[in-house]
Design a protein around this ligand. Sequence first.
Ligand code: AMP
Length: 439
Amino acid sequence: MSFTDLGLDAALVRAVQEKGYTQASPIQAQAIPAILKGSDLMAAAQTGTGKTAGFTLPLLHRLNLGKPVRSNRVRALVLTPTRELAAQVHDSVQTYGQHLRLHSAVVFGGVKINPQMMRLRRGADILVATPGRLLDLYEQNAIQFNDLEILVLDEADRMLDMGFITDIRKILALLPKQRQNLLFSATFSEEIRSLAKGLLKSPVEINVSPKNSTATAVEQIIYEVDKAQKTALLAHLIKEQQWEQALVFSKTKHGADRLVRQLTSIGVVAAVIHGNKSQNQRTEALAGFKQGKVQILVATDIAARGIDIDQLPQVVNFDLPQVAEDYVHRIGRTGRAGAKGQAISLVCADEAKQLIDIEKLIKRKFQRQQVDGFEPEHNVPHTAPKQKPVPKAVTNDKTTKGKSFAPKSLAIKPKAAKNIKAAEPGNRSRANQRRRKTA
Ligand code: AMP
């Protein structure tokens, strides 16, 4: 389906062509006509489907038909869970709207509020905002919602995960009753459905990917490895497989910082983004990565949410996420817009439960593989361990004793990467079994 056939303004079609898109993606083909008609929308779509253009283009089209915005007013409001996503959605608004005379603004926390208040004096046809900062601005009389025509909740599931439900309800109560509502969410939990019920009127429902499915263009690989060997294995893969760039997910901020230090110490250009970093530091890290100056970007789930990087071939789960749905979000960063991607998870025995949860969610059993030279002492069990907690001292001892990470251990030069082999259940490597016997 071409963008011209969808009934969009010529100025928008031109902007899209300049961006190099030739065909509308499936979500765009379904969402654009529905939004142009003025319907409410409930869309199950994850990042990478083209959902941003799917709502931005018809939003701009509709706003362009109406009256100019008044000072301190907003005509369309897009709520996003994170600052990064807000900035990216706003970039899209500017790119697609460049040949129209509409005004847009973006506001989020973590930066000074005064410039945002000044900017809102002129009003904004489209305002992209994170919920907390939007409420702050409202309380300071910097914004009024009387002229609001359209509301978009982007990545609604993540907003709820991040505890924004109260803020969202407060914002909803401030908006005029008569408006168009668009809700985008990667997954549809009971909580999202209940939010949608109170929000949407006879919505058009779109589901571009089956619930909780993972993108098919992404090759998913699971490497079993001991916890203490994860960094060395990552360094090995980066070098042996000559990765140009990768986005690496870490469970904790502290772990992310440590990993970046370790990679840097062996000459890999790495940067980190997580919640403790200032907005400037995050923007700089992301810009460095986008420009290709940073080879490895290490991120926590929340900070990485919505990162939009074209052509990202490699995503690495250095730690598996605690919540299985996050796996779907994480690997959605690669294999975009038809490109092939690879998602590699480095899984240690402690993470068996998370791995099994992911397999259940995406209804797929992974073949566990091992890399020569990095065979684990402890294989990842195929059944979830009983809830009995393993005494900490024992786990630490076995996985880290005598192996505390030092840059030196990154120099391990295992045999060629072609030796990567599958570890089927019950078919563990002989070396491994031998080690266990002598242990
Ligand atoms: P999104 O799902 O909105 O995060 O978009 C994912 C990526 O797809 C972005 O890099 C967009 O620039 C790109 N994209 C969006 N629509 C199209 C299209 N119709 N053709 C090619 N690429 C697209």
